[in-house]
Structures are given as C-alpha cells and as structure tokens.
Design a protein around this ligand. Structure first.
Ligand code: ADP
Length: 432
C-alpha cells in the first residue's frame, strides 16, 4: 500500500518539478497548467488501458495468465499473480487429498455407491461395479432403484431405518448373497455399502446341514439301542436266544455309531491341519498287499480280488492317510459289489503321476450322482449304505486326503456294470 502512495506521490512530484515548474518559470502559468493537464490525461489513458486488461483477465478463463504492467499496475498484477498461484497450489493439494481419499475408498473390500436425494447415482467404486455389474462411466446419474429393482431393497430404502443391515440375494448376480447397509452422511447424500457374504452364508449353511446330518445319523441307532435295552429291562422271562438276538442288534447299532464317530474324528483331524505333518517315503507294494489282504477278509471270499503293481513303487506322503484313502475305496468296492463279482486293485506310475485304481463289477452309479459322491453324507442309496455299515463319509475323507497330497479322485461308473475309482497323486510325489 505504501508503495502505491509513494509511487503516486513520486509521479506527481516529478510532474510538478519536471514539467510544471520549468514551464511556469520559462513561459507562464497557463502553458504550464496546459502541459500538466495533457500529461494527466495521458496517465488516465494509460490507467484505463491497464484497467481494461485487468477486466479482460477477470472475465476470461480461470487459468489465464495474470497480465503485466508498468508502475502501480506492476504492484496490482504482482498481487493478483501471488493470489492466483496460491489458489492453484491450494487446488492441487485439495485435488491430491481427494485423489488419496478416492484411492483409499477404492481399496476397501466393500462396494460403495453414493447417491443423492432423488436416488441418482453420484459415484461408484470398482467393488460395487463388480458386485452389481455396473459401469461407473455409464451408470452415473441413473436412478439406483431402477438398476436394483428389488421390492425388499426399495422398502428398505423407503423405511428410513438403517440401523440394521439388509441381507439380499443379488438380483444382478445370481447365487451371490449381499450384506447391504445404507448410511446417510450429508444433506441429501447417502452411501450404500455392500459386502459379498456368499462364502460365509455357504459355510453357515454347510455347518447347519452338517449338524443336522450328524444328529440324524446318530438318532436312528440310538433309538434302536434305547428300544432294545428297554425291552430287555422290561421283560423278566426272555429266552437266551431272544436275549442274544437283542444284544446282537444293540452291538450292531453301537458299531454303527462307533464307525460314524471314528469317521467324524478322522475328518475333523484332517481339517484341523491343512498340510501333512508327517511326510515320508511310502513303499507302495507292502501297503497295497496289506490292503488286498484286508479287502479279502472283508469280502469273506465272496469276491475275486486281484492286485497289479507297475512303475515306480515309492511315493512321498503320509502312510496312515494314504492307507486310509486306498482302503476306503477298496472297502466300498466290496460293499457295493454283489457276491461273485471281481475287484481289481491296480497301481501304476507314469509321467502324469501315481494312480491307484479300484475297479469293481458291482452295482454301479448313475451319472447324475457322480459329481456329488464326495460330499459328506451323500449316498445314492441310503438304506444300502447303512445296511453295509456305511457312514456316508468315506469318499469325503478320500477326497480330503488326496487334496492334502495335491492329488484328486476320478470316478467312472455305469449302472449294473461296475465302477472305477482312481486316486491320482502328482508326479513330484513319486521317487525320481
Ligand atoms: P458310504 O459309507 O455310504 O459308502 P461313501 O462316502 O464311501 O459313503 O460313498 C458315498 C456313496 O457313493 C455310497 O453311499 C454309494 O452310494 C456310492 N459308492 C461309493 N463307492 C461305490 C462303489 N464302488 N460302487 C457303487 N457305489 C458306490
């Protein structure tokens, strides 16, 4: 400010001393005033010219460069230049802060949709785009409830009570369950948070099914045991043959429960650890000879059991688990093959890995059941499985064990002709 006054006074002084005084002394008062008036008029013109530049700049684009000028205009334009630079810096740092904030929101695992009072979408993050199959560029400005036309969701929005979340089957992505939460956060602005909870829902359903299945499996033998025990207790005069018969039935059901508990414990211990704890080189030949002997005992000479072994005969794995998986397949062959049938146990190793197959000439399985056989408690014929002491968990255990050995199970079967179950182990588990 001082600079402005100083410069103005200096200019006036220069006019007075440099123009007015000499002209007055040399000529007269009149020509001196005339010259001063002409200089002042020129000065006004110069000021109007720079005022015009200032006005043009003020009305022009925001990022136009600030003009420059002489004298006091230099002061004016320098001040404006400083302000404009400061504003640009502020804008840049605000822009950066906004960008950081946006990247933080994008990095969130949840979907976020921001919408306004009329439910028009203002912003969508990539997770929400993926969950609702939306495209931020195309769908911004669209009415949210036109894109998610689910009465449950619309009612939830209309209700205005958002303290509880809404669990919804995603209408735009079948099979996906979403957890939705609406959060009004500013005047007319609302945030929709969405989380994919399909996996938790599936696990929860599996847990419920599992508990229901186990309870159901235990209920029947327990009812039988309780019933016969009551009959034994109630009737004073039972002949020894009837008593023996009841005792036999009771111990049969007890064995069934024992099998179930033992299979459940096996499954649970397999699930507790994801990897094999005690890995060692397993000799395939003695292992399969032992399984063949057990199979023959189980069969009681009702089947013809053969064993062939080819290729590399040492495999890296847990001996107990491999024996349990292979024995399970062999015992299934005995249980589902009528008397007189053949059961072929075969091991062969090639570049693709080690393969243990059990082929039987049994009842076979219709193709629609094949994909579900390794599910817990899945049976083609419940009565037949139970009748032969099955728990419905055998193949689930086999699959688990093979997975832990990075292997897998393949099944080929034809109703009335027989089945072939093959356990595949990867080549890296074979002795080089
Ligand atoms: P289970 O204890 O009932 O045998 P598994 O898990 O071992 O349970 O087998 C699941 C179902 O697969 C069985 O109930 C049976 O229906 C079918 N299955 C398994 N192995 C054979 C086989 N070798 N031949 C025919 N069906 C089989």
């Amino acid at each position: 400010m001082l600079g402005l006054w100083f410069r103005t006074l200096l200019t006036l002084l220069a006019i007075a001393l440099g123009v007015f005084l000499p002209l007055w002394l040399i000529f007269d008062l009149q020509p001196a005033f005339g010259a001063v008036a002409a200089i002042l008029a020129l000065l006004i013109l110069v000021h109007v010219f720079y005022l015009g530049r200032l006005l043009r700049w003020a009305n022009g684009p925001v990022d136009a460069p600030v003009p420059t000028g002489p004298g006091v205009w230099d002061l004016v334009f320098a001040g404006l230049h400083r302000r404009s630079r400061h504003r640009r810096e502020q804008q840049r740092s605000l822009g950066e802060a906004l960008e950081r904030f946006r990247s933080a929101i994008q990095a969130l695992p949840d979907g976020i949709i921001v919408f306004n009072r009329t439910r028009q979408i203002d912003w969508i993050n990539t997770q929400a785009e993926a969950q609702f199959l939306l495209d931020a560029a195309v769908d911004r400005g669209q009415v949210l409830t036109n894109l998610l036309r689910v009465p449950e969701f619309i009612n939830y929005l209309d209700s205005g009570h958002y303290s509880e979340a809404l669990v919804l089957d995603n209408p735009r992505n079948r099979g996906q369950t979403l957890w939705l939460r609406v959060i009004p956060y500013a005047e007319g602005e609302t945030l929709l948070l969405s989380r994919d909870i399909s996996q938790q829902e599936r696990l929860e359903r599996m847990r419920r099914d599992f508990v229901a299945n186990v309870s159901h499996e235990l209920k029947t033998p327990l009812t039988v045991v309780a019933g016969f025990a009551e009959m034994l207790g109630d009737q004073d005069e039972l002949d020894s043959a009837t008593t023996r018969h009841y005792m036999h039935l009771i111990s049969e059901q007890a064995a069934r429960m024992q099998n179930l508990i033992s299979d459940l414990l096996t499954l649970s211990s397999l699930e507790t650890t994801q990897t094999i704890e005690h890995e060692e080189w397993v000799e395939v030949e003695p292992l399969l000879q032992a399984i063949k002997a057990d199979t023959e005992v189980l069969s009681g000479s009702r089947h013809q059991v053969n064993l062939t072994i080819e290729g590399i005969k040492r495999v890296r794995g847990c001996p107990g688990e491999l024996r349990s998986a292979f024995a399970n397949l062999a015992s299934n062959a005995v249980r589902y093959t009528p008397e007189g049938g053949h059961i072929d146990l075969a091991w062969h190793a090639d570049a693709g890995g080690g393969h243990f197959s059990v082929t039987d000439t049994g009842i076979g399985i219709a193709s629609q059941h094949l994909p579900r056989l390794t599910e817990r408690f899945y049976r083609v014929d419940r009565g037949r499985s139970r009748g032969t002491g099955g728990t419905g968990l055998g193949l689930a255990i086999v699959k688990h064990i093979l997975n832990r050995h990075q292997g897998n199970l393949s099944i080929a079967s034809e109703v009335g002709k027989g089945s072939c179950f093959t356990a595949h182990l990867p080549a890296r588990r074979l002795e080089p």
